[in-house]
Ligand binder design. Sequence first.
Ligand code: TXA
Ligand code: MG
Length: 314
Amino acid sequence: MNSQTTQILTAEPADVARAAALLAAGGLVAFPTETVYGLGADARNGQAVAAIYAAKNRPSFNPLIVHVPSAEVAQRYVVWSEAAAQLAQAFWPGPLSLVLPLRPDHGLSELVTAGLSTLAIRVPAHPAAQALLRAFDGPVAAPSANRSGRISPTSAAHVLADLDGRIAAVLDDGPCQVGLESTIVGLDGPPVLLRPGGVPSEEIADLLGAPLLTHDTTAPLTAPGQMMSHYAPKAAVRLNVTQRKTGEMLLGFGAMDCDLNLSPSGDLTEAAAHLFGFLHQLDATGRPIAVAPIPNTGLGRAINDRLARAAAPR
Ligand code: TXA
Ligand code: MG
């Protein structure tokens, strides 16, 4: 999939405008934040978000952090609270991500949250990130701009070493200051430290006037990467189905007769973009769900990983 020419842009206004236009067109743009370089996509565009997973070669759908230019804009997507306001006031813009309940009218691709009802949201301080977010004027989903299993990039050279030819552009504005990912705090219940990072957790606890709960990262339902297992359809899910049973709803792939088709043309990026939304729709029918075989290559691996979780005995 090294099929595009990756543009190397600067933090000059004309280049920032160019980067924003690429995002608006559904392209992937790597950009600096004070923590690490992020691989950005329009968080409302399922195809663009799916392309992040393809470029990173990520074998599973972890929920992504959405980047916005201010706490005010953040409140368009998440349900705000006293604790959120306190932490935002003290640490935004900066290396802190807050996990808050999604607003019903959020308008984001379900691939961003991996089907969860919460969203990780962050206001980066880096001037180039701020400029890009303001020029784009929309929510930007961005994991670290490295291939899956590699080290997070703190320079444009690191980004290119992993992703040259796989993304539309990288906005190069030198090395990152913090060099460590953002601290993630869950605020959809008692405050909990989901990932240590750029803001020391003691400072957060001091400000909230209470110790933060911490996660036992070995506990299956609490590690951030595993949170998606919270969402599984209520109905039974059967995989690799070529012949549906009476009463089953069939989720198809490729040219076939079915109730909903992830991608009639057999395109895995399109299929990934539809996955969570279609599972929700089929689940709402209350009938068992059968899923056609999905090729286990490229993004197909992430799709099959998610489907295996949905079908797991519970
Ligand atoms: O500093 C950073 O946070 C960088 C820059 C680019 O902003 N981004 C970053 O993203 O580290 P990523 O995708 O590598 O890590 C995101 C983490 C994952 O561990 C994910 O599971 C967790 O955030 N996460 C995202 N949404 C979540 C949610 N709703 N609940 C719990 N954890 C969540
Ligand atoms: Mg990462």
